[in-house]
Design a protein around this ligand. Structure first.
Ligand SMILES: [Zn+2]
Ligand SMILES: [Zn+2]
Length: 278
């Protein structure tokens, strides 16, 4: 099911565009393939896009935090409603500087090196919508499992916690930008877990890009500090959402998985929510 579709269909993709049976995403994929030389020749492109995507995904929460200073309704959506005002502009700026520094000194060079070592894969055909859905879902389930093991180890081995993970836990009440506010070692570990999940499953590049984009979004939402009425975890009870990860930042021996709750249920580390008393 997850095999490369070029193994199955070897027809000319240009002809496929006029074919009513061609994948719906073929037009989009053709435009990506047209720019593949730029992608191959720009080892910093992927990490730069990841950084800019993270900032863009954080932007709505930046404005929500600003609005929360004057709007009681927005403040009522904050998980830590009783723990003071939303994060200040200064806190956002300081966090931005730290994340920019880590990306420049660690993530960008590491991602460039990985890109040079990796042989690019640009199959002729786009994935079908079903293939895209299955591959992205499989990536999330695998990433969730690998992250759970990694995160559990961080909290169980004191040396690993101090040297790799403690920096991320400086945020007892997290906010959107803090999703990437971690040590260089942690950012590189998470990069390898995300890339490794897609590589192990042999995903189509379009599925891989969509997975990385949604992964960035869900990491931001996990840390946003708001239990929004339209949040994904309210539709899908198998997901923990921001309250679930917020509880991890408050009570560190719980909720080790990033998105789904099944591993924490199985290992007895699930915690639904926490009370704020400060
Ligand atoms: Zn976190
Ligand atoms: Zn942790």
């Amino acid at each position: 099911m997850l095999c490369n579709v070029t193994d199955i269909r070897m027809t000319d993709p240009i002809q496929e565009l006029g074919d009513p049976h061609a994948p719906i995403l073929q037009g989009l994929w053709e435009s990506v393939r047209a720019g593949q030389r730029h992608i191959q020749l720009s080892p910093y492109l992927a990490a730069s896009c990841a950084f800019l995507t993270h900032l863009a995904l954080c932007a709505p929460f930046f404005f929500l935090d600003a609005l929360g200073r004057v709007c009681q309704r927005v403040r009522s959506w904050r998980i830590a409603a009783g723990s003071g005002p939303p994060p200040s502009l200064q806190r956002w700026f300081q966090c931005f500087c730290r994340v920019l520094f880590k990306y420049t000194t660690a993530v960008l060079p590491a991602a460039a090196l990985l890109q040079l070592l990796r042989s690019p894969n640009f199959p002729e055909l786009a994935p079908t919508c079903w293939q895209l859905f299955v591959e992205v879902l499989a990536c999330f389930l695998l990433f969730d499992t690998l992250f759970f093991i990694w995160h559990y180890s961080m909290h169980r081995v004191p040396w690993l916690y101090r040297t790799v993970h403690q920096m991320h836990h400086q945020h007892h009440v997290p906010f959107a930008l803090a999703a990437q506010d971690a040590s260089s070692a942690e950012l590189l570990s998470l990069l390898l877990l995300a890339l490794g999940s897609a590589w192990m499953l042999g995903c189509h590049p379009l599925s891989e890009v969509l997975f990385h984009f949604l992964n960035s979004w869900m990491a931001v939402e996990d840390h946003c500090g708001y239990n929004l009425p339209w949040a994904l975890h309210k539709l899908l009870p198998c997901m923990g959402g921001a309250p679930y990860h917020h509880a991890h930042h408050k009570k560190q021996n719980t909720n080790f998985a990033p998105y789904f709750t099944h591993w924490d249920f199985l290992f007895g580390t699930y915690c639904a929510s926490v009370q704020h008393s400060e």
